[in-house]
Write a protein that binds this ligand. Structure first.
Ligand code: 13P
Ligand code: SF4
Length: 307
């Protein structure tokens, strides 16, 4: 860290004490932001922490649907988002009119909403899922017909594991994961034939078919820590490398190309974390009516994931 960064970190620590604030950080945010976060994790873990914390203020170092979900789950808390422009494009890639149309078409329909979605989409869904619990949750649903929004790749991956269900897919995607092609992966594997390939389920199905392990960011990091292999090919956003390298100094991690970068996650900086905490900026507000509707599928997710 530079001297300037160390100064900002000291300010943040002081402000946290004064305001009884915690910082939650996703694995894709900048290294220095992960370093100061009280909890770093995947979407599921961070939403659990958001429901359990005693802090008065939550600063959410992640994209906006994450901060919004924390507020939906824990409305008594002040939730601050360091940069309101840090928004996941995929969160907007579905629409209410299509959900309503599907509900008319299929009597026995469950609308399953990936947590990477706006509150509005959640409010029209039956249950939320994250990459770490989607398979378990969909398999627990009694419904045969599943409308999976917004991510088509995650939907297709879950569908490939549950042939007894009928899935309807929605054409949403993560540009970071979709940019990883089969050719990229085959080339990388050719260059490093002994690597274990670890992939996030937002990748294309043909990429996932090449993987040795498929899981959430947290699960990928755990796999690298707990397996004896020394070389790993990482098919997700490269923010995960910060934890992986810290935990496994003797292991080597390779990327498949140069596009594994989420510009929205990187908008969160030490400066904007400090600023929102100091000046109470970018507080997330939701009306109670909206909160009830959008939170119901999140609560259902927590309930089913705990089974
Ligand atoms: P995880 O839930 O695996 O952390 O993924 C969140 C995300 O945004 C992936 O692109
Ligand atoms: Fe959204 Fe993809 Fe960025 Fe995750 S990596 S926040 S899905 S754009």
């Amino acid at each position: 860290m530079t001297q300037e960064q160390e100064k900002i970190v000291a300010e943040i620590k002081q402000l946290q004490k004064e305001k009884n604030a915690i910082i939650l950080g996703h694995y894709y945010v900048r290294d220095e932001v992960q370093e100061i976060a009280d909890y770093v994790g995947d979407s599921y873990y961070l939403s659990q922490v958001a429901t359990e914390t005693d802090a008065d203020v939550i600063v959410f170092a992640g994209v906006s649907f994450m901060a919004e979900s924390a507020k939906l789950l824990n409305p008594e808390k002040t939730v601050l988002h360091p940069d309101t422009l840090s928004d996941c494009p995929m969160a907007h890639m579905a629409d209410v009119a299509t959900i309503e149309k599907m509900r008319q078409e299929y009597e026995d329909l469950a609308v399953v909403c990936y947590i990477n979605s706006t509150g509005e989409l959640k409010a029209h869904s039956d249950v939320c899922v994250t990459s770490s619990n989607a398979l378990k949750i969909v398999s627990l649903l009694p419904n045969k017909n599943i409308f999976f929004i917004p991510d088509e790749n995650l939907g297709r991956y879950i569908a490939s594991k549950l042939p007894e269900k009928h899935f309807i897919f929605n054409p949403g995607y993560c540009h970071v994961h979709k940019s990883i092609t089969l050719e990229n992966v085959l080339e990388a594997k050719k260059a490093k034939p002994n690597v274990k390939m670890l992939a996030h389920p937002e990748c294309r199905l043909e990429v996932l078919e090449q993987a040795d392990f498929i899981g959430s960011t947290k699960a990928i990091i755990e796999y690298a820590r707990t397996h004896e292999d020394k070389e790993f090919l990482i098919c997700t956003e490269l923010g995960v490398l910060y934890q992986m390298r810290k935990e496994n100094p003797d292991k080597n991690f390779y990327s498949v190309g140069h596009r594994q970068y989420c510009p929205n996650m990187k908008r969160i900086t030490l400066e904007n974390v400090r600023d929102v905490l100091r000046d109470n900026l970018n507080e997330v507000f939701v009306t109670e009516e909206f909160r009830k509707a959008a939170n119901a599928p999140l609560e259902k997710m927590l309930e089913l994931a705990a089974k």
